[in-house]
Design a protein around this ligand. Structure first.
Ligand SMILES: [Fe+2]
Ligand SMILES: [Fe+2]
Length: 252
């Protein structure tokens, strides 16, 4: 099982992965480390369904619902993240956003397409993807992320981004473990194998962007509002998926 810890974000050795900037202010450093730890421990991130999936095989029907809901959750995310740029005139923030989105769409094949290919490899067709009606909690997650990223203030945008990207590093490990446990080879898992490192860099993008803005209590309050609103939407999203995949009532 792949464990994602604070150390993964602090000590990045891969030169293609964005590192954290060195902060002079140790108190801000400790504050952001504390928030990262808070995100890692949150039930939305360590969700029972995801930890179940690491070690228990889904039926084909469960797998289909699980990945189709994910598809509608992630859909258009790079567009929303790009929207953050309109709420600032700080070039340091713009740089981190551009680096983040360049990972998503700057390669030969956009990540959204790689994810679609993975779903296709599981036997889910493009027709099934297009005709699928996702849960209201999934629409709420997608639209909530759009709102969190595009409406000011910038501190809240970056709180949501920090929660989203830190969670994504964990999610990559959960999905990779789940797929490997089910016997899927590295070719099917390549999207997630790559994201184990990529998402750490994305969390560091958010870390670098927000650091100068969480020196004062007002900045922190807005930043934390972004983190908590994102995590609340995410927890409701996974509870919704768990209800249709395992028949679990929310919160259990
Ligand atoms: Fe990606
Ligand atoms: Fe990301």
């Amino acid at each position: 099982m792949t464990q994602v810890t604070l150390k993964n974000f602090q000590d990045v050795e891969d030169t293609t992965v964005r590192q954290r900037v060195k902060l002079e202010n140790q108190e801000v450093q400790a504050y952001l480390d504390g928030k990262l730890q808070y995100i890692l421990n949150h039930r939305a991130v360590e969700h029972p369904l995801l930890n179940y999936y690491r070690q228990n095989a889904f039926t084909k029907e469960q797998e289909k619902k699980f990945y189709l809901e994910c598809f509608y959750y992630f859909q258009y995310e790079p567009f929303y993240i790009t929207g953050i740029a309109m709420n600032t005139r700080d070039y340091n923030i713009l740089r981190e956003i551009v680096l983040n989105v360049a990972d998503e769409v700057g390669g030969e094949v956009p990540h959204s397409e790689l994810f679609r290919q993975q779903i296709n490899a599981l036997g889910i067709s493009n027709e099934e993807i297009e005709s699928y009606q996702c849960l209201p909690t999934t629409t709420a997650m997608n639209q909530g992320a759009k709102q969190l990223y595009t409406e000011p203030p910038i501190e809240r945008n970056l709180g949501a981004l920090f929660a989203d990207e830190t969670m994504s590093a964990v999610l990559a490990s959960q999905f990779n473990d789940g797929l490997a446990n089910q016997g899927y080879d590295e070719n099917v898992r390549k999207h997630w194998l790559m994201h184990l490192a990529v998402e750490v860099g994305h969390s560091n993008n958010a870390f670098n962007a927000i650091a100068p803005y969480v020196v004062d209590p007002k900045g922190r309050e807005r930043f934390e509002e972004g983190i908590n609103t994102y995590l609340q939407l995410l927890e409701e999203y996974w509870d919704g998926v768990d209800a249709i995949v395992r028949g679990k009532a929310p919160g259990t």
